[in-house]
Design a protein around this ligand. Structure first.
Ligand code: MN
Length: 284
């Protein structure tokens, strides 16, 4: 059995099918880890979401939620403020199985652990000051909120925002959940204490000083596990610092990645550009 960690799909269904064919994926034997951002921006988000849901329900895959997956939940809940012209979520919202897809999606985790190896998967990262055990607990706090009966009002009223930007174990309520979701699903840069910085989306060469990629800090308390993540397409294929970056920018004309976890092998599919980066600030 091989566990293949698959980078952000973002609606690139044809490329996923081609990549799985390239690596000789065997559904009955292998396992897939999807790092989140299954949907949005690309042309076939509905097909991607149906595929991943089916594979997870068959016990052949696991997924963690990414910021674009939350974006879909928000769109379903009628949050209009964050809908952008480049969103490609309508085919999902108009699908006959929209309710089932969304209700399945909201019950998916923020962190997945390998059953044997000291390895975990998250969408964006784990702040340097959290141990893996703490991170697992914080993920569960947010998962409980999303699984609960008030999930829609949570999404509409409390999910979005970049504050608080610093973690404090004494945080409570929606502020606590907001730091947790932002760390797992949006983080790229932070300082050694895990203060989040959201303005910068480019590769690390453009930044210096206090804020660094979340995984480079020597005092990082979760270095005892390999961490697989996506989200950061400008970072490229990094296998260092005990982390593995898997969003290699398929959407933007880069590659789609499958990383074979047990034998540490990286596979890449070259992709044609389906989306042009905006000049102005964009979500990714
Ligand atoms: Mn993302």
């Amino acid at each position: 059995m091989t566990t293949y960690v698959i980078g952000d799909l973002q609606g690139c269904y044809d490329q996923l099918v081609a990549l799985l064919d390239d690596i000789n994926y065997r559904p009955e034997e292998d396992h897939l880890w999807f790092v989140g951002d299954i949907v949005n921006r690309g042309p076939k988000s509905l097909e991607c979401l149906r595929f991943v849901k089916q594979a997870c329900e068959n016990g052949q895959a696991d997924i963690v939620l990414g910021n674009h997956d939350f974006h879909l939940l928000a769109a379903y809940c009628g949050v209009e403020k964050y809908i952008s012209k480049s969103d490609t979520l309508s085919p999902i919202l108009e699908a006959e199985d929209a309710d089932q897809l969304v209700n399945w999606l909201r019950k998916q985790p923020l962190l997945v652990s390998h059953p044997v190896f000291e390895a975990v998967m998250v969408h964006a990262g784990i702040p340097p000051q959290w141990t893996i055990e703490q991170a697992k607990g914080y993920a569960k706090e947010l998962e409980a909120q999303l699984k609960g009966p008030d999930w829609q009002s949570y999404i509409v009223n409390h999910l979005f925002g970049s504050e608080p930007d610093s973690w404090d174990e004494a945080l409570t309520g929606y502020e606590r959940l907001r730091y947790i979701v932002n760390a797992f699903c949006r983080m790229r840069y932070c300082n050694a204490e895990g203060k989040l910085e959201f303005k910068t989306k480019s590769a690390p060469k453009d930044i210096g000083g206090e804020y660094q990629p979340w995984f480079v800090f020597p005092n990082r308390r979760n270095k005892d596990h390999e961490i697989f993540f996506g989200h950061w397409s400008t970072l490229g294929a990094i296998d260092a610092y005990q982390v593995h970056a898997t969003d290699t920018g398929c959407l933007w004309g880069g590659q789609m990645t499958a990383y074979a976890l047990e034998n540490k092998q990286r596979f890449s599919l070259d992709c044609e550009q389906v989306c042009k980066p905006k000049q102005k600030k964009k979500k990714s």
